[in-house]
Every structure is written in structure tokens, then in C-alpha cells.
Design a binder for this molecule. Structure first.
Ligand code: NAD
Length: 367
């Protein structure tokens, strides 16, 4: 049997630095857990522009379409700010998301106990938090027509259209139910069915899809009430599914419950491929951090946690993903801190590679 394929796109700035640490973790799983991947690496973003004059070469796009999963670092940097919009580094990322049709964006909010003090909320509200926001990513008000700024009488009017088809709602709902089945079997759907017809349809379709998942406890909440509940007592939730606009806001809110940008992974999933795996792109939420690039200061954990998501959601290796998350928990509990995690209580400072090595050591100790 051939190994599953993993396309790695380190990108720009701190992307290659954090990805070097992920490669150590991937090698560890190959050597110690018999979980080998066929790994290939390519360019995306500014470095692809430097070499090919485009932020994503067609060959790289084709490789991404064929890969069992794509893992991306980050793109961008000040040297590319003056480039034409069509070849800016971010266009490479957007092309990947669009052509792979990644409609389901997974944003976990997971609080490691050792970092609970980093949250703006009280420690007991966030310690042990582990929730997942599923945001519809390719439709809704950011894409609906008509849109634009038009003249109307003596003034201008700005128009955007919230538009969802049943099939668009059903496919993201299905992906959220599938996720709930791999977690605590609890799903909360958020919309504004009290004031929006698209919300009424959203609620109806999610309920219909739910009939195929009798084991999952489904609830519905208005998105504004959901925002309040997320800050009041976030641990009441497991998986939340919502549309593009509400998901944009709620996923940022939920992620920041847990503190540092250097800790936040994400996944964007599309339709299942012939082998049953979803099209998938895993990436940290943070950017290329040019202010600290090349100095060994970047926290690699967001990118390593993105690989943990790949283990769980592309490769059905939930136990190994939990092993990796447990290794990270151990390292943080032992007080190791990259600069971004250094709070008032102090800790042992480590570099990017020091953090990666410590996580590998914790994985060794887990055997
Ligand atoms: P950023 O996320 O790169 O950095 C924001 C701040 O967080 C910086 O102070 C940075 O040093 C810090 N930071 C980010 N990741 C960190 C990590 N892993 N460890 C420690 N500290 C970390 O956002 P920005 O400064 O607004 O953007 C910088 C560049 O990245 C821009 O070119 C932007 O377009 C691009 N960007 C790319 C992505 C992506 O690739 N998905 C996302 C956001 C921004």
C-alpha cells in the first residue's frame, strides 16, 4: 500500500521556520508510529513569485489537487506590498482555497491549562476549553449578488446579498456533523432565523441533515446570543456550525478566548475525494510575521497543531493527534515558552527549534 501524500508549502517569513519543526514531528510519526507520509514540498506566496512570477504555479496547484492533504506555513511580507494585486502572495492562498473548493473552515479554540492566564476571561471559564467552530467559507454575504455601491435618488446605496442554496448549507452541515461524530457528538447551529429568511432555511436544512446523524445532539441558537454565550460559558459548546459572516466573527472571538496567535491552527475542508478523504488545507491562523522572521523567535505550535488536525481529519488518526496535543500540553506545563508565550509568571525561554525538539522529546516520553 502506498503512503498517504502530504504537500508542504512553507511560504514566506516565519513559514519555513515553523515548518522545519513540523517536519521533525512528521519524521517522528514515520519512525516511531509507523505512520509514514510521502512528503513533497513546493513554493507558495512571495517566494513562488520570486521564482515563477506568480504566487502559485499551475504545477503546484495540480499537486495540491492530487495531495491527500496540504499543509501551509504563511505567505506575505513587506517586500511584496507594492506588487500588483493579481500577483500578491495572498492570491496564491486564495487560489488554493477557491480551486480546491474548500467550503468548510474549521477553527478550533483549545485552551492549554498552562496558558489559561493568557485569556482575557477568568481562568476557570477557559481552562480545558476545547471547541470547534465550523464556518461556511465559499458562499453567503461575501459572495452573493447583487453587490456594489449604486446611485439611488440623491444618494448612494451599498448592497451585499446574503444568499445560500440548500445544497451549500447541507454540505457544510454534513461536514460539521461528521466532525461532531469524531468529537463529543454535540452540534450547535447558529444563524438569525428570527430576522433573516436565509437563517430560516439554514435552520431547516441543518435539521434535515441531522436526521442522518441520530447520535448527534443538535441545538440551534441565534448568532448574537451565541456570541454572548461564547464569552459567558464557552465550555457549553463542542462543535458550532455557522455561515460565512457570523463564522468570521465568532471564530475570531472563540479563538482569542485562548490567548496567543502563535497557538491557533485551522483547517479548510472540501468535498470527499475518490479515496474518501476530504480535500484539505491545514494552516496556522497567523501570518508570516516579518517582524520576527529569521530570528528563531517564532512559535511553531500553531503549525504543529495544524498537522495534528491533519492527522485527525484527513488521516483518521485521532489517537495520534491526541498524543501530539498531549506532548504540547506537557512541554507547556513544564514551563517552556517561546517569546510570544512569555507572560508575567515567566518560564524557560526556548527558540523555535528548541520548542520543536522539546515536543519531539515529549512524544518519545509518551511511548
Ligand atoms: P502576523 O500574524 O504575521 O503577525 C502579527 C503579530 O503576531 C506579529 O507581531 C508577529 O510577530 C506575531 N506572530 C504571528 N505569528 C507568530 C508566531 N507563530 N510566533 C510568535 N509570534 C507570532 O500578521 P501581520 O503582521 O498582520 O501580517 C504579516 C504578513 O503576513 C503580511 O504580509 C500579511 O499579509 C501576511 N498574512 C498572511 C496570512 C496567511 O498566510 N494565512 C495571514 C495573515 C497575514
Amino acid at each position: 500500500m502506498t503512503n498517504p501524500s502530504l504537500l508542504i508549502l512553507p511560504g514566506d517569513g516565519i513559514g519555513p521556520e515553523v515548518m522545519t519543526e513540523v517536519r521533525k514531528i512528521i519524521d517522528w510519526f514515520g519512525a516511531k508510529r509507523g505512520l509514514a507520509f510521502d512528503v513533497s514540498e513546493d513554493l507558495v506566496g512571495g517566494c513562488a513569485y520570486d521564482k515563477h512570477g506568480t504566487p502559485l504555479h499551475d504545477d503546484t496547484m495540480a499537486k495540491a489537487q492530487d495531495a491527500d492533504a496540504v499543509l501551509l506555513g504563511a505567505v506575505g511580507g513587506p517586500q511584496y506590498d507594492t506588487l500588483d494585486f493579481s500577483v500578491k502572495p495572498e492570491r496564491g492562498l486564495l487560489r488554493l482555497r477557491k480551486e480546491m473548493d474548500l467550503f468548510s473552515n474549521l477553527r478550533p479554540a483549545q485552551c492549554f491549562d498552562a496558558l489559561a492566564d493568557f485569556s482575557s476571561l477568568k481562568k476557570d471559564v477557559v481552562a480545558g476549553l476545547d471547541i470547534m467552530i465550523v464556518r461556511e467559507l465559499t458562499s453567503g454575504v461575501y459572495f452573493g449578488e447583487p453587490r456594489g455601491i449604486f446611485d439611488e435618488g440623491n444618494e448612494r446605496v451599498g448592497i451585499n446579498t446574503q444568499r445560500y442554496t440548500e445544497s451549500e448549507i447541507a454540505r457544510v452541515a454534513r461536514s460539521a456533523f461528521d466532525l461532531a461524530m469524531k468529537r463529543d457528538k454535540k452540534l450547535c447551529s447558529m444563524e438569525k432565523a428570527n430576522v433573516m429568511e436565509s437563517g430560516i432555511l439554514w435552520r431547516e436544512v441543518v435539521t434535515e441533515v441531522g436526521e442522518d446523524y441520530p447520535e448527534v445532539e443538535l441545538s440551534h441558537m441565534y448568532a448574537d446570543a451565541g456570541a454572548m454565550q461564547l464569552t459567558r460559558w464557552p465550555k457549553q459548546f463542542d462543535v458550532i456550525v455557522t455561515d460565512n459572516l457570523f463564522g468570521d466573527l465568532l471564530s475570531d472571538l472563540a479563538a482569542m478566548l485562548t490567548g496567543s496567535l502563535g497557538m491557533l491552527p485551522s483547517a479548510s475542508l472540501g468535498a470527499p475525494m475518490a479515496n474518501g478523504r476530504p480535500k484539505a488545507l491545514y494552516e496556522p491562523v497567523h501570518g508570516s510575521a516579518p517582524d520576527i522572521a529569521g530570528q528563531g523567535k517564532a512559535n511553531p505550535i500553531a503549525c504543529i497543531l495544524s498537522f495534528a488536525m491533519a492527522l485527525r481529519y484527513s488521516f483518521n488518526q485521532g489517537e495520534e493527534a491526541a498524543r501530539l496535543e498531549g506532548g504540547i500540553e506537557t512541554v507547556l506545563a513544564n514551563g517552556l515558552r517561546t517569546a510570544d508565550l512569555m507572560g508575567p509568571e515567566g518560564g524557560t525561554p526556548v527558540s523555535t527549534s528548541g520548542m520543536g525538539d522539546a515536543i519531539v522529546a515529549a512524544l518519545d516520553a509518551s511511548l
